[in-house]
Design a protein around this ligand. Structure first.
Ligand SMILES: *[C@@H]1O[C@H](CO)[C@@H](O)[C@H](O)[C@H]1NC(C)=O
Ligand SMILES: *[C@@H]1O[C@H](CO)[C@@H](O)[C@H](O)[C@H]1NC(C)=O
Ligand SMILES: *[C@@H]1O[C@H](CO)[C@@H](O)[C@H](O)[C@H]1NC(C)=O
Ligand SMILES: *[C@@H]1O[C@H](CO)[C@@H](O)[C@H](O)[C@H]1NC(C)=O
Ligand SMILES: *[C@@H]1O[C@H](CO)[C@@H](O)[C@H](O)[C@H]1NC(C)=O
Ligand SMILES: *[C@@H]1O[C@H](CO)[C@@H](O)[C@H](O)[C@H]1NC(C)=O
Ligand SMILES: *[C@@H]1O[C@H](CO)[C@@H](O)[C@H](O)[C@H]1NC(C)=O
Length: 781
């Protein structure tokens, strides 16, 4: 081995310019020209305004791409056939067909032509002018999500910004579209008027769930962000020499490439930190930046984890976008550059230098291609590239989408096979640590299989509970669902690990739609024989007397009694509650039809028919509130047209929250929140009957879901209403008084007559009857 290396070094010394193989072998694509004769393009030929070329690939559909130069070419097969220059129908009346920016948004191609946005639906072959933009724009920006068909992945592809590059940020008009660019609306960035500098771009950084606005001022640029906690400060300033083109690499990892002829920078944190990319030779840093290397960049291509640069000096540079570092190495010279050349990756480790060639006979252009096999070139000894320490990195979770709700965890597994004798370090990173303080921890265990050492990696994604609820930097996304990605890679991976793609998954930090709440119903009113399930199922109805309900939920008597049909299919048999015992339901969390836990979080109840014959055991004072608690009256007042059942995790404010500054003016009002830290319960008034409750979990820390349902309770055991009882008592009392007066008058007389014996008989029978009535009365209770 050592001898071999010595020989290699010796050879190298002897003929440093000798190379085993050229970078690439040129071939020309020239097909399908005959079909296009006569198909001489209609419309205006588009051209790209900067003197340079660009090549934009669709991040999800690998064979769709757009070449921008003196002509534009749109391909759906990776330029595998000759193409007519791309043109826009004259009916669009663009004027000067000059293109300044282009972007793929899902199934459409957006172009800024002559300062207006146009949409080309390449599936349908139709063109449209976008609506809503009232001022000239020069650029569009957006991102594409390739992970799944889930709605929030589609939302990413549908979001587009349009703006005028270089305009004064404080007064410029920025437009946003969530309809793939068909319709735009003015976008208002928080405190835009106060921002100093010109606009270098605006981007939706989905990896951070933030909008980032690039401000340029006196040769420096920095990002400002839209949402808490990043909106309090700016990203670190970096050198802004020339006009930087900004590429968002696919995969929502937050990797950005900034470049112009003399500068190349990278950010792995969606612009919070931006650094120049150094040029290395072996382990040595030759130049700390492209500026220092004094080369002129002509074209840049980037994928999720690779980067390539073509220079005017006929050089090709290659780099990998690692999880911790990025750098470039220089490949040997070859005469590959021309003014029209552009660079694109066709596959992992496969690069292509593409040049359109005009044809003197046919209008369609041919394509000269020079495919570069990166892996093969990296094997060349003069590049002094270390071998890759990892043979395999594999995980089922790759390119999938997962949901993580509050108080949930996610476990992902992967397999790593290192090269024998090495010990590479796996690393897992989340792109958006502000999302609930997401943290990834790798548990690694090695085992031997078939004589090879394998490493099983368990990646546990969880929230940093120990940061505590109070840390605003990590509870920023409590009310706002966010997304993040998790990437598993090897720390300081060698550049030769071309085939070793980092594994990435998309994490939606939001509601898990499989979650439901269920009210425990172990002792139902049917089980106890109090209600008859057969009768309940048979279109059962009951009457709510007008004194007991308010259709407007304000606690005022209604004007007429209400007949309520009992929806048995929906509610089943009601729970049973004894009127005189403070009560609260047992709320359970179920997921995918399986019981998870009893919910201890805060929730609220509201009788759906407006019954108000119940109150709460605690008051604001006894619940130890430090501020005035919310109640249904205040919620309904503020709900507007959202209807009465509007109390949820988004508008709930705890009266125990130290940041809640509503003064506690009415400490004796009932405290209407159940669960959570207090022992609050519902206290039913003296009324038997069915209550149908709406329940809503309001604790914002329990789940992103709006956990709500309805259930019914049968309250029993109450005496008849006090009004009627008092009337009966009054009547009986009157009878008793009259009777005793009469008796006091008659008895002394009667006892001396012979009717006396008959009277005794009457007395006894009266007594017997009275006992019956009394027993009966007791029954009714
Ligand atoms: C696009 O333009 C066509 C006519 O050219 C029109 O029929 C269609 O409704 C437009 N589509 C949208 C989404 O505006
Ligand atoms: C940041 O955003 C939060 C809410 O999103 C807002 O309350 C706060 O005022 C903002 N701060 C700044 C400095 O803009
Ligand atoms: C920008 O230009 C200055 C000199 O004009 C140079 O010192 C600096 O390194 C350049 N920055 C980058 C990122 O190219
Ligand atoms: C990884 O998970 C598997 C299955 O859950 C378990 O058997 C193994 O012990 C775990 N390994 C580590 C290091 O935690
Ligand atoms: C929260 O973030 C701000 C700036 O964004 C920082 O100054 C502060 O120290 C952070 N707080 C904690 C507890 O990390
Ligand atoms: C239930 O009763 C109401 C009123 O009597 C009637 O309109 C309705 O059709 C009945 N429904 C069923 C399913 O019997
Ligand atoms: C609701 O709260 C307000 C104060 O926020 C109080 O004035 C009102 O009496 C409360 N209503 C009920 C029914 O407790």
């Amino acid at each position: 081995m050592l001898v071999l290396m010595l020989v290699a070094t010796a050879t190298l010394r002897l003929c440093p310019l000798a190379r085993a193989q050229p970078l690439c072998r040129i071939h020309t694509v020239r097909t399908g020209k005959m079909f296009q004769v006569g198909q001489q393009t209609q419309g205006d030929h588009l051209y790209f305004s900067p003197a340079a070329t660009r090549l934009i690939k669709h991040p999800c559909k690998k064979s769709i791409a757009l070449y921008l130069g003196k002509q534009l070419f749109f391909t759906r097969n990776n330029f595998e056939s000759s193409l007519l220059p791309f043109s826009i129908p004259t009916s669009m009346q663009v004027g000067i067909p000059e293109v300044t920016s282009a972007h793929f948004a899902g199934s459409v191609l957006l172009l800024v032509v002559n300062r207006k946005v146009y949409i080309y639906d390449y599936e349908a072959g139709t063109w449209n002018a976008s609506m809503g933009i009232k001022h000239p724009v020069s650029h569009i920006s957006g991102d594409n999500c390739c992970y799944s068909e889930h709605h929030f992945c589609l939302d990413i592809s549908n979001s587009v910004f349009a703006y005028l590059h270089g305009d004064q940020t404080s007064q410029t008009n920025i437009y946003f579209s969530n309809t793939q660019g068909y319709r735009f609306q003015k976008y208002a960035h928080e405190r835009q008027a106060e921002l100093v500098g010109s606009l270098g771009g605006i981007f939706y950084f989905h990896s951070l769930s933030q909008v980032g606005l690039l401000l340029i001022d006196q040769g420096k640029a920095k990002f400002g962000y839209s949402d808490h906690p990043l909106n309090h400060s700016f990203g670190l300033p970096f050198d802004y020499n020339g006009t930087l083109d900004i590429l968002i690499t696919p995969g929502q990892k937050g990797i950005l490439i900034f470049w112009f002829e003399k500068s190349l920078l990278v950010s792995r944190s969606a612009g919070q930190l931006v650094d120049p990319i150094p040029v290395r030779e072996g382990h040595r840093i030759l130049y700390s930046s492209i500026f220092e290397a004094s080369i002129t960049i002509h074209s840049v291509a980037a994928t999720e984890n690779e980067l390539a640069v073509l220079t005017r000096e006929n050089n090709l540079y290659y780099g990998s976008l690692g999880i911790l570092t990025s750098f470039l190495i220089k490949f040997a010279d070859q005469n590959i550059w021309s003014q029209e050349a552009a660079l694109m990756f066709t596959d992992l480790g496969m690069l292509e230098i593409l040049t359109p060639l005009p044809d003197s006979v046919f209008p369609a252009f041919d394509f000269q291609k020079c495919p570069v096999n990166i892996q093969a070139i990296l094997m060349e000894p003069q590049l002094q590239v270390d071998f890759c320490k990892v043979e395999l990195l594999q995980g089922e979770f790759e390119n999938k989408m997962f949901i993580i709700d509050m108080n949930s965890e996610l476990e992902l597994t992967a397999l790593m096979i290192p090269r024998p004798g090495t010990s590479p370090v796996p690393l897992a990173m989340v792109s958006n640590p502000h999302s609930l303080g997401l943290q990834a921890i790798i548990y690694e265990d090695g085992y031997t299989y078939d004589g090879n050492m394998k490493h099983r990696l368990n990646i546990s994604l969880r929230q940093q509970h120990h940061w505590g609820r109070a840390d605003p930097n990590f509870t920023s996304s409590i009310k706002r669902p966010t997304i993040s990605t998790i990437t598993l890679d090897i720390a300081n991976k060698e550049i030769s690990c071309v085939d070793l793609k980092p594994l990435t998954a998309l994490i939606s930090v939001g509601c898990d739609l499989e979650k439901k709440i269920v009210i425990q119903n172990e002792i139902s009113a049917c089980y106890k024989g109090i209600l008859d399930p057969v009768a309940l199922q048979d279109n059962y109805s009951y009457v709510i007397e007008k004194e007991a309900y308010d259709p407007n939920f304000r606690g005022q008597r209604a004007t007429k009694d209400l007949v309520v049909y009992y929806p048995y299919e929906k509610l089943g048999c009601p729970l049973l509650a004894y009127y005189d015992t403070p009560w609260k339901p047992v709320v359970e969390l179920w997921r995918e039809g399986k019981f998870q836990e009893v919910i201890e979080a805060e929730y609220v109840l509201l009788e759906v028919n407006g019954l108000f014959t119940y109150t709460y055991a605690l008051t604001a004072r006894t619940a130890l509130c430090t501020s005035q608690p919310q109640n249904w009256t205040t919620i309904i007042e503020n709900a507007g047209d959202k209807g009465p059942f509007a109390w949820d995790r988004e508008n709930y404010v705890s009266c125990h929250d130290p940041n809640n500054d509503a003064p506690l003016n009415w400490p004796d009002v009932p405290y209407q929140i159940l669960g959570g830290p207090t022992e609050n319960k519902v206290a039913f008034k003296q009324r038997n009957g069915i209550y149908v409750f709406f329940i809503s979990i309001v604790d914002p820390y329990y789940s992103y879901c709006h956990l709500q349902t309805t259930f019914s309770v049968y309250v029993y055991g109450a005496f008849p209403l006090p009004v009627r009882q008092w009337e009966i008592t009054k009547f009986l009392l009157m009878v008793a008084i009259l009777l005793s007066v009469w008796l006091a008058y008659i008895i002394p007389k009667m006892l001396h007559t012979e009717q006396g014996h008959r009277f005794k008989g009457f007395w006894f029978s009266l007594c017997r009857r009275c006992r019956k009535v009394c027993a009966c009365f007791r029954c009714r209770r």
